[in-house]
Design a protein around this ligand. Sequence first.
Ligand SMILES: Nc1nc2c(ncn2[C@@H]2O[C@H](COP(=O)(O)OP(=O)(O)OP(=O)(O)O)[C@@H](O)[C@H]2O)c(=O)[nH]1
Ligand SMILES: [Mg+2]
Length: 397
Amino acid sequence: VTGLRFARLTARGEAAVALFRVRGEATEELLARLFRPRRAGPLRADEVRFGALLDGDSVLDEALVRVRRREDGLEADISVHGSAWVVGRLEALLSEAGGRPLAPHEAWDLGRSSGAAPDDRVTAEARGLLLGAYAALQASFFLHAVEGSLSRELRSLERSLRGEPPAPPAAVHERVATLLRRAPFGRAMAKPPAVLLLGAPNAGKSTLFNALLGESRAIVSEQPGTTRDLVSEAAVFADLPFRLSDSAGIRPSRDPVEQAGVARAKDAAEGADIVLVLIDPEGDLLAQARLAASVPRGIAVVSKADLAGAAAALSSGLVAALRPSAVSARTGEGIPGLRARIVDRSAFGGVAEARQVAPFLERHVAALAACEAALRAGRTNAAAAGELGALEAPEKP
Ligand SMILES: Nc1nc2c(ncn2[C@@H]2O[C@H](COP(=O)(O)OP(=O)(O)OP(=O)(O)O)[C@@H](O)[C@H]2O)c(=O)[nH]1
Ligand SMILES: [Mg+2]
């Protein structure tokens, strides 16, 4: 018995249509209750029917329904208007009928013909991340993994460790080590590096945030203390994905809201992969240089390079020792160079080829590390193979 499963195949948000796919033995009964075709008569396979989608005694929307017969039950495609209300209500009705909602990448399996083999787990994970890709090289990396590159390499390693066919142990060990070396790169594709803008009030953080993004996202003003909350956006540098955050200017304050913003900025600095610490050439150079020197994973950035005072700030010993980038968000000077420096400093730095095979989830890395540890500890090759084999074990519900 296959339970009712459904997926919204179209994206959330205002749209002309929303398309749902429903499958399972209860589909027929569900349609009898929810759908009233305008022209009476049974729904025949592969016929598109227009009618009313019912919500209890009232009509929720107009709908187009098409059914298909499969070995594992009836499948129905239901298209409705793509409004938040209709979509949310239809999701609720399907859930109330006992339906289990599927994630978009699981819906892919729902859509394939009954004979085809489903994705293995690693490939399904890649497909889920491909759907969320927003940078060109990120999409290309996950497409490569969807084509099976990582799961083939893992299976081939597992077979070699089991001696099918026998391979020199050193060669297998080296392949495992290569995948582990690429782990930071693969992880960064799945979880883009976090880049935080930090600095004194009015240093130009929000202006630089907007310039790096290429859009006017954060509010900018000559008033110090403008930014209170942490503002984060997806950013693309050199076709690679990043997550860029703007923060409240760091200063002692009595205002509880501002204090909360400063606390958030400091927390974010601890979690960030890269912190751009701004130095305002018109501000207190000593205090700002101290802050920049104290922040781990920091890059010092002298802002407002178009101002007359910038040259003096850059040549002051304290600031120069930090090897800062000089940028003007106003003229654009130094922005491309700063983007390149961010890419270089990130886990993407120095990697020439995006379509390489790399583990991209923590659990892949953990399994490879366990496999390597087993090889190192002289446990049997079968034990090492088992660590990789565990990657395809079904997910615990
Ligand atoms: N000349 C010049 N002025 C700039 C530049 N970048 C920012 N400013 C000005 O500096 C002031 C402060 O800019 P913001 O970007 O709001 O500074 P902030 O660091 O976000 O400030 P808070 O949010 O208050 O912490 C504004 O008046 C900006 O126009 C720049 O590159 N050149
Ligand atoms: Mg700001």
